[in-house]
Design a protein around this ligand. Structure first.
Ligand SMILES: NC(=O)c1ccc[n+]([C@@H]2O[C@H](COP(=O)([O-])OP(=O)(O)OC[C@H]3O[C@@H](n4cnc5c(N)ncnc54)[C@H](OP(=O)(O)O)[C@@H]3O)[C@@H](O)[C@H]2O)c1
Length: 364
């Protein structure tokens, strides 16, 4: 059987290594993609340093590359099509390897105006944004997008951590569907950009009175309760987001937290500590609903399974409604070196950027 190189984690905080894994031949509804670009995300760090959710194995979820083999039922793509996507289930779908073999619904065609290295900044965050908004905040995202704003377009929605990749794309998605009252937290140097993307107001999460500032703005000219009905926490940090959010919620607020809950963040000196439950991490008022979000569940929604990556993601990127995100290209002499460097940069902390790197050494 043919094999190809993949970047794997073997134990928490052990150096990454290269393993030769089977090159999977396409089933009828699948495509095989040569992965030219990938992006290292916090989830890779959670897995590599914390062994989160998975048994150690091939890392990576977002890929961009070229179709080199097609199943017999694949209609909309051809050999040579430039594609991108978010794969996360078995070994054959993870992105830190020379080839992925994925069903058509985990794959979209890259708009001709967008470089693969830019397209690869989007798939995992787009899936997270659409899943969080629909499944956790219970805001429908009808497709195609209706030409009029939704009836509840003025609902206040807070994105905590809007400079994160997931937060920025969620803001873009909500604004594109017509929501006009999205509040956001981020470091001050991102405020102008987030306002340009459509945030109604942006707050510095490091201000000691950040929660009071948000509540004052939310209550200005309004008497409804709760003051902020919907909150998406894109950070999941017990001290950095969940506890402050708990202070601004009231009976009736719905809070969605991107998992994992980070009890202690990874650093060069310490192993991380995570939890997959939000319960017990902060004191919420009675009547507040709090839910942890796992994007991997989005395939349970048949409509999104069929259309999110193959249709919605390319279409929204093509018209500039979503992405691409700011990015830094991580260089290195080998596949392993690029993967290790990107993970080390992620461990040191990044601000509003995706770390992208070449896998095959071809493309662009
Ligand atoms: N459960 C899921 O399905 C799912 C899916 C995607 C992501 N996630 C999780 O969500 C988190 C974010 O992922 P990502 O890829 O979007 O991250 P990212 O792009 O790497 O986010 C980095 C940003 O986080 C912001 N940040 C850090 N601490 C903050 C705080 N206390 N309050 C507000 N903002 C803060 C920083 O903002 P400033 O630059 O403004 O300081 C920084 O720019 C990760 O833990 C990830 O694992 C979960």
């Amino acid at each position: 059987m043919a094999t190809h190189p993949a970047v794997v984690t073997t134990a928490p905080r052990a150096p990454l290594s290269i393993r030769h894994v089977p090159t999977v031949v396409c089933a009828a509804d699948e495509v095989r993609v040569r992965v030219d670009w990938t992006a290292t995300t916090p989830f890779d760090l959670h897995q590599a340093d914390g062994g989160l959710v998975v048994t150690h194995g091939v890392l990576g979820s977002s890929y961009a590359g070229v179709v080199i083999e097609l199943g017999v039922d694949v209609r909309d793509l051809s050999i040579g099509s430039k594609v991108f996507g978010f794969g996360f289930r078995g070994q054959q779908e993870h992105a830190f390897q020379l080839f992925v073999t994925v069903p058509m619904y985990l794959c979209g065609e890259i708009p001709s105006t967008i470089a693969p290295s830019a397209a690869v900044t989007i798939p995992d965050s787009f899936a997270t944004a659409v899943h969080s908004v629909t499944a956790a905040l219970h805001i429908p995202l009808p497709w195609p997008v209706p030409g009029h704003p939704p009836a509840n377009a003025d609902t206040l929605i807070l994105i905590w951590g809007a400079a994160s990749s997931a937060g920025t794309v969620t803001l873009q998605v909500l604004v594109h569907w017509g929501y006009r009252n999205v509040l956001a937290t981020a470091s001050p140097h991102h405020h102008v950009r987030l306002r340009e993307l459509g945030a109604a107001a942006v707050f510095d999460y490091r201000d000691t009175d950040c929660v009071e500032q948000i509540l004052e703005t939310a209550r200005m000219g309004r008497s409804e309760a709760p003051s902020i009905p919907l909150v998406l926490d894109c950070i999941g940090s017990v001290t950095g987001s969940i506890r402050p959010i708990a202070r601004l919620t009231e009976a009736g607020t719905r809070v969605a937290v991107l998992l994992p809950v980070v009890i202690r963040a990874p650093s060069t000196d310490e192993l991380p500590e995570y939890a997959m439950e939000v319960a017990g991490k902060a004191v919420f008022a009675e009547g507040v609903s709090v839910e942890g979000v796992r994007t991997h569940a989005y395939l349970e929604n048949g409509e999104l399974k069929a259309r999110m990556q193959s249709e919605m993601m390319p279409a929204l990127m093509a018209v500039g409604a979503v992405g691409p995100l700011s990015s830094t290209v991580v260089e290195g002499a080998s596949l392993l070196e690029r993967a290790e460097r990107a993970l080390a940069i992620m461990r040191d902390g990044i601000s509003r950027q995706r770390l992208v790197w070449q896998v095959s050494g071809e493309g662009e």
